[in-house]
Ligand binder design. Structure first.
Ligand code: NAD
Length: 286
């Protein structure tokens, strides 16, 4: 089993930590905020208990045992033991840049770097590192423990060895990979963000309510979730950041962000993580 360094204890970091610890990896969960780490620990306990409640596997380990495998810390230096890094800091270039410059100095030579970005080019992230061949995009789907496939992105310099190691790590946590090439947004978010953004425009233009927009996708198209529920699940701040990256990267107005989304984020309505977005949530639902 590997030591997995997980950067960022937000929506995705919590999911990846849960998944890796459940599959018996040692996890180091790093965040700059003690408050985020405290919240992450509580959320993890709740999610692991919830999983045990619904899982028919009677051999499942107790919550305490899974949590014991996770070190919660603000200290980056302990990443000198990491075999695999999964980076989940906010979708903001300057933050990612600072993080990659730092971990390049700390992490051991054999370490591979899994970039869990929504839209930023993997080749661009790898350009920050002395070892670009070890950098690969792994776009986990949310909620991580429930999703069996991930989109894996080969940067310009990503080596075949890194792809193989990534595949075997993903297999060890119960995931299959779908390998694609690198351009901003890859496949999933280049397409899905157009849909979520246009759905927000439809609401802004008062063509339909969020529920009616989502019902058309669920009841008419047979989708599991509508685009606005999905945006709330991702986090509207992350959706706005991703659209801005797509807009800047392609210089194409089709990615211009809907002003309603920006207004909601400015008002603190970021979706599930704040209890309110296009919908209201009593508490986080797994
Ligand atoms: N939310 C999704 O559904 C989803 C899906 C796939 C990929 N992603 C991508 O994953 C990444 C994280 O998204 P999220 O939704 O988890 O964001 P989030 O805002 O929920 O969490 C980000 C966390 O990173 C922490 N952080 C900030 N700066 C840091 C630093 N320098 N070092 C360590 N931690 C730091 C914050 O305190 C916060 O806890 C983004 O790049 C996003 O695009 C998100």
């Amino acid at each position: 089993m590997s030591t997995v360094g997980i950067l960022g204890a937000g929506v995705m970091g919590i999911g990846v930590a849960h998944n890796a610890a459940r599959y018996q990896h040692d996890v180091i969960l790093v965040d700059i905020s003690e408050e985020a780490l405290g919240k992450a620990k509580e959320e993890l306990k709740k999610n692991i208990r919830f999983e045990a409640f619904f899982n028919k596997d009677t051999n499942m380990e107790p919550v305490e045992k899974v949590i014991e495998r996770i070190t919660f810390t603000t200290d980056y230096s302990v990443l000198d033991k990491a075999d695999v890094i999964v980076e989940n800091v906010p979708e903001i270039w300057d933050i990612k840049k600072e993080v990659y410059l730092k971990i390049d100095e700390i992490c051991p030579e054999n370490c591979i770097f899994l970039v869990n970005t929504s839209c930023i080019s993997i080749t661009k992230v790898a350009s920050l590192m002395q070892r670009p061949s070890k950098v690969i995009g792994v776009h986990f789907m949310n909620p991580v423990p429930l999703k069996t496939s991930v989109e894996v992105i080969k940067g310009y310099h990503t080596s075949d060895g890194t792809i193989e190691e990534t595949q075997s790590f993903l297999k060890s946590i119960g995931k299959e990979m779908i390998l694609v090439n690198d351009l901003p947004g890859f496949v999933s978010n280049r397409l899905s963000h157009l849909l979520m953004n246009e759905a927000a425009f439809v609401v802004q233009d008062q063509v339909a309510s969020p529920k009616d927009v989502d019902d058309i996708f669920k009841k008419c198209f047979g989708h599991k979730m509508g685009p606005l529920e999905t945006a709330d699940l991702i986090g509207l701040d992350t959706v706005v950041n991703s659209l801005n990256i797509l807009y800047e990267s392609y210089q194409d107005t089709k990615f211009r962000c809907c002003p309603l989304l920006v207004k909601m984020v400015d008002a603190g309505l970021k979706g599930r993580k704040t209890g309110k977005g296009f919908y209201t949530y009593d508490e986080y639902e797994f």
